[in-house]
Design a protein around this ligand. Structure first.
Ligand SMILES: Cc1cc2nc3c(=O)[nH]c(=O)nc-3n(C[C@H](O)[C@H](O)[C@H](O)COP(=O)(O)O)c2cc1C
Length: 321
């Protein structure tokens, strides 16, 4: 069945797009344990796709298990987004998401990502241009403001995106200025949901099934990001809390089994050299907080081969039980 934001099962549980983390290997891992999750790709430059960048085309690639899979694009030129659409459609993805939330200095300086929050006309124009040129559902991921939260501006911004044809807004309850500091404020998200007909997914600081249940309120779903670092199984636990009757994992894997699976997937997707390089930070995240973690962390952030990583995990096995 064709994916649409209207028809997708609610409440939605989405895996946040996270550059450098939620690559195809990680998404496959999450979906293996939590098949009901909606995945987003890491943000990918619409400009780079327009210019046929092989790297960017590779970045939006995925396996069937990751579906429904939404490709996230960033940029500022409506016509470049339109040219990028064909790559997304050819990939077989289920939707296009526009990044209007990235606070990174270099991204904002080039008027991309959350800089669009300061330019509501352009944000709506980009959305409208994409909607007019694809049959895929179009969504936006954004923050509650740039410098600060202003209810009137935020409301206008969201209503304009709805008018432009977006059918889902995922809203992170922080401003750009806040970056990742302080706590996400979900009140503006609950309020805007009451004014919109389209879906609203809330995002920010969901770190447990209990918090997910508490935050959901009138929203269509929850998006989870950083809490999945070193703990992809959290998506299973949150999904189970949202859908208590969903299928249980017959035999719960240990974190070592999960990490081992991720190593295998990462090497499969990116080859051993790059796959292991990218696994380093994930492996460090798996052991965060364990007694004696520092010693193993130092080793894990230097691993180069699959064999080496599995050897270290084997050493850790005894201390982490
Ligand atoms: C390392 C990292 C990379 C991120 N990359 C993206 C991205 O590519 N696109 C995007 O929309 N948000 C990105 N985000 C923001 C997350 O999707 C999410 O909005 C944010 O982490 C808040 O959710 P959380 O508290 O559940 O982590 C990133 C966040 C982190 C920590």
């Amino acid at each position: 069945m064709k994916f649409t934001w209207e028809k997708v099962k609610k409440p939605i549980l989405a895996l946040a797009p996270m550059e450098g983390y939620t690559d195809s290997a990680f998404r496959q891992l999450v979906k293996e344990y939590a098949p009901g999750v909606v995945c987003f790709t890491e943000f990918t430059s619409a400009d780079a796709l327009k210019y046929n960048s092989k790297k960017s085309i590779g970045k939006i690639g995925f396996e069937k298990i990751e579906k429904p899979l939404i490709v996230q694009l960033f940029g500022k030129h409506p016509d470049h987004f339109v040219e990028a659409i064909k790559y997304v459609e050819e990939s077989g993805a289920d939707g296009i998401d526009i990044n209007m939330g990235c606070p990174a200095k270099n991204v904002v300086a080039s008027q991309h990502g959350s800089a669009l929050l300061k330019n509501p006309e352009l944000a709506a124009e980009i959305t409208h241009s994409i909607v007019q040129n694809t049959k895929l559902p179009v969504s936006v991921k954004m923050r509650i403001g740039f410098k600060e939260y202003n209810e009137a501006d935020f409301t206008d911004f969201c209503l304009n995106l709805e008018k432009a044809g977006a059918t889902n807004l995922t809203i992170h309850g922080r401003t750009t200025k806040q970056g990742y500091s302080g706590l996400a404020d979900w009140d503006p998200i609950y309020r805007i949901k009451k004014l919109l007909k389209i879906n609203v997914i809330g995002n920010g600081d969901v770190t447990s099934p209990e918090i997910a249940l508490e935050k959901l309120k009138n929203l269509d779903g929850i998006m989870v990001g950083r809490a999945t670092f070193g703990n992809p199984l959290i998506m299973y636990h949150i999904y189970k809390a949202l859908y208590p009757k969903s299928k249980k994992i017959a035999s719960m894997p240990t974190w070592i089994e999960v990490a081992t699976k991720q190593i295998r997937l990462s090497v499969e997707v990116k080859g051993e050299k790059r796959g292991m390089l990218e696994m380093r930070k994930h492996l460090a995240a798996y052991i965060k907080g364990f007694p004696g973690a520092a010693k193993y962390r130092a080793k894990l952030v230097r691993v180069e081969t699959e064999k080496e990583a599995l050897g270290i995990l084997d050493e850790i096995k005894d201390i982490s039980l």
